[in-house]
Ligand binder design. Structure first.
Ligand code: 13P
Ligand code: SF4
Length: 424
């Protein structure tokens, strides 16, 4: 494929300062592709000045921005898409497994063989060696984790490679290495790193090399306890909020959790603050879950007295403190599924999951914690058109949108992921 272009952000096209235009010239072999008049919007990572999901490992992300949905898929009706996806799935049979995260939209997740949270899906990817093709309907770091955990003969695909995660992009390897050096030098303590699975493969590999482990929102507490049993302090990456919520539930006072801001000299911490801290929280966040604020909890309770508030631990500490329950997406699904008819829930997580739970349990009141449209826009990039294209390409013997982590990064990231699987 011959394609060239500039990846310079175009402020006039930016949305919430987080999008950029990718200008591209068509290559000869790309006549069949839609380039939307040679301009495409991709999620732009303001921190790294690269497309979201790009992390410098050989995940084909560098060419991903040129890997565009062929035009013929754009005009397909819902019915046609449904039939073609079902036909491709039938043709591929057990050679294919489709994994769908809970936040995925209904039109896509209905084709998933398995639905789950990050932990469940990464375990499933590791447990299905018979499937040569793993199509991950989620975001980039999830597909990377599947590639890391799956066998060498397996191929992992993300139907739209622009489906990144802004939180994962908030911790870059060079920044984390600088932080590590500074913290070790200043404290002289044994520090064990733990990274949320919502991080790039490069960060997982860093953690693996330095005696640490990955965690998900389901097992963050276990892994944090594991880390603090091995060292005097833990460095938690890249979600400040999951880290704080987890540490606090373990009984660690807020004053013993110090936020490391990679944009400030020495992370913005004094030597005394570094020595005092038991947990260092990387200053990263999920812009989706941070939309929920304490006033939403108050409003939901005023409007529906007696309603139970259940929040994802990526929400702020204040929201989690006010909630009746806090848990991962899988926990939220299980709690609501097991609740009796007539129960009332205000749910602080991504809107597609909340709406699906409401539709599947019409005998309960299930509402989003607030109608602030808490939607993961990158997850939403996976469309039925992209899924259809990915599957039909495989049927025709061509792999598109492969996510492939470079060997050395994979080796150490796997160590960190396996430590998690052994301890969850
Ligand atoms: P879990 O699926 O681990 O609950 O995480 C939610 C999320 O934000 C995924 O990106
Ligand atoms: Fe990333 Fe938040 Fe979307 Fe999860 S919900 S993929 S953490 S941006």
């Amino acid at each position: 494929m011959v394609a060239q272009g500039s990846t310079t952000p175009n402020p006039s096209l930016s949305k919430e300062g987080n999008h950029a235009a990718i200008l591209m010239r068509r290559g000869e072999a790309e006549d069949h592709e839609v380039f939307a008049r040679n301009v495409r919007l991709v999620e732009w990572n303001a921190h790294s000045q690269r497309p979201v999901g790009y992390n410098g490992v050989r995940s084909k992300m560098a060419t991903a921005v040129l890997n565009t949905l062929p035009e013929l898929y754009v005009g397909l009706s819902e019915q046609e898409l449904e039939e073609r996806i079902a036909a491709a799935k039938a043709e591929l049979g057990s050679r294919l497994v489709i994994l769908g995260h809970h936040y995925q939209r209904d039109e896509v997740v209905k084709f998933a063989d398995f639905r789950g949270d990050s932990l469940k899906l990464s375990q499933l990817a590791a447990a299905r060696p018979e499937a040569r093709y793993i199509v991950f309907c989620g975001v980039h770091f999830m597909a990377e984790s599947a590639d890391i955990l799956s066998a060498d003969h397996q191929i992992v695909m993300l139907p739209d490679l622009n489906a990144g995660c802004s939180m994962a992009d908030m911790a870059e390897l060079e920044q984390v290495e600088a932080c590590w050096e500074e913290l070790n030098g200043a404290t002289g303590a044994k520090i064990v790193p733990v990274t949320y699975i919502n991080s790039t493969a490069a960060i997982k590999a860093f953690v693996g090399r330095n005696g640490g482990a990955v965690c998900t929102s389901s097992n963050a507490r276990k892994l944090m306890e594991w880390a603090l049993a091995r060292g005097e302090k833990a460095l938690f990456l890249p979600d400040e909020h999951l880290g704080r919520n987890t540490g606090y539930r373990m009984g660690i006072p807020l004053e013993q959790m110090a936020v490391w801001n990679p944009r400030e000299e020495a992370g913005g911490l004094s030597g005394e603050e570094m020595r005092k801290a038991r947990i260092f929280l990387w200053k990263g966040h999920c812009s989706v879950h941070l939309r929920y604020v304490p006033q939403h909890v108050e409003r939901a309770r005023r409007a529906h007295p007696g309603i139970r508030v259940i929040a994802h631990p990526e929400c702020s500490w204040e929201v989690c403190q006010m909630a009746d329950e806090v848990g991962s997406t899988e926990y939220i699904v299980k709690r609501i599924e097991e609740s009796p008819a007539g129960s009332e829930w205000a749910v602080g997580t991504e809107i597609h999951l909340v709406n699906r739970l409401a539709a599947e349990h019409a005998d309960r009141r299930i509402i989003p914690l607030d109608d602030c449209v808490c939607m993961c826009s990158t997850m939403y990039r996976i469309s039925p058109q992209h899924l259809c294209w990915t599957l039909e390409s495989v049927v025709e013997g061509q792999v598109v949108n492969q996510v492939e982590v470079e060997a050395e990064t994979k080796r150490w990231a796997r160590v960190a992921l396996e430590r998690m699987l052994e301890n969850s």
